[in-house]
Design a protein around this ligand. Sequence first.
Ligand code: GLN
Length: 488
Amino acid sequence: MMLMKKTATELQALLHNREVSVKEVTEDAFKQIAHLDDKVQAFLTVTEDEALTRAEKLDNEPMENRGTLFGLPIGIKDNIITKGTVTTCASKMLENFVPVYDATVMEKINQAGMISVGKLNMDEFAMGSTTERSAFKVTRNPWNLDCVPGGSSGGSAAAVAAGEVLFSLGTDTGGSVRQPAAFCGIVGMKPTYGRISRNGLVAFASSLDQIGPLTRTVEDNALLLSAIAGLDHRDSSSSSKEVPDFRAGLTGDIKGLRIAVPKEYMGEGVAEDVKASVRQALDVLESMGATWEEVSLPHARYASPTYYAIATAEASSNLARFDGIRYGYRPDDAKNLEEIYLRSRAEGFGTEVKKRILYGTYALSDGHHDELYVKAQKVRTLIAQDFANLYENYDIVVGPTSATTAYEIGGIVRDQLTLYTNDILTVSVNLAGLPAISVPCGFSDGLPIGLQMIGKHFDEATLYRVAHAFEQATEFHKRTPSIGEGHE
Ligand code: GLN
């Protein structure tokens, strides 16, 4: 039986009726990984022995102790620390780093009875949009192996799209859950800043980073967010807001929903096939009782430079800890302390990471701090205010997740305008701390297109309700890449 093709609810019913065991479900994930990952290259580490031992233990748990996610396999982006399992951030710097504790999300996943099957590839330290910047391997898009899966959570998206796992966790600092979800034709949620604890997430840009779930269906996504969200005293930016049962809100009813469509998200730089799919999606939402209007986000054009000033400034500070003394890579033959510092960072970090550290250090330096970092913080406030103004009259903001479908691997046919537009589409959400989801809304030349919905602070519930209604009214989520046919 191809269990990884099923949804969480379907699998839960099979487990509950004892038609399958947790061990069989777990074995199915590893069969899929063995069958497909040579091609997809989503995993950096596979933890088969640990997972099967845990599965056997969980099989003894009485039915009444089992929640909705009990016994289900999940893959984890390799910048979320996992006790006893190497956590590399896809960097030579952390190639042999084995954490001594679990991230808060891992504790929650374990409490829910889920089973981690391994660690997923990414752009080094989550800096990138293609997963080509991993120090170890290039992950491929299951819909077309010559294309990138997007990034930086490319391994997380590809593993779910290929049917290697039902669930994965990614992280989103400027779009890295939503854009790979769009490129791989799955559902990706970037929750409100503070919704999920960042304790145990290796920091890239602390004021922007959020962990987010990637799944094939909206319902599965809602189940996972309910399980991993909530206040954590080990992350002072985590929120005490109550975490709803997101699945309970999936009513299918979106009558009266007011949608804002920023003209900046549907303009020059966005491919025609993408725009056409988004317009069709708006027709579908309208047919279900929603209304939409074109609006403007006047500061959207400043989002990209603002994001890069803030993200790199924070990264330069966060990555200062990788000095060859406390963590990670250190050359064996360094002759003195200064050489340890210099060579550890020169040899341990890849080019993109070094570029960003340099840029961020410059943005924070005496003499440039005001014109770059401080100014960016002011513009950030204006960008957040643009959204707040819209939410006085609208419930959600809708547009494309990415300006194009997946790019070819290595093919830098990426013109600056497209890359710039892609950043505008996703980074504003992180600058404003808002929640946003990407759901499949079309295909072009066999490659998926994603629809982005952006909500009010802590209103993931509305995003899930609309995304679910849209999913149920369309067929896109039923298509799977032919690579995922499976192991039997
Ligand atoms: N592509 C963006 C960047 O390169 C976003 C990365 C992310 O969200 N982690 O910074």
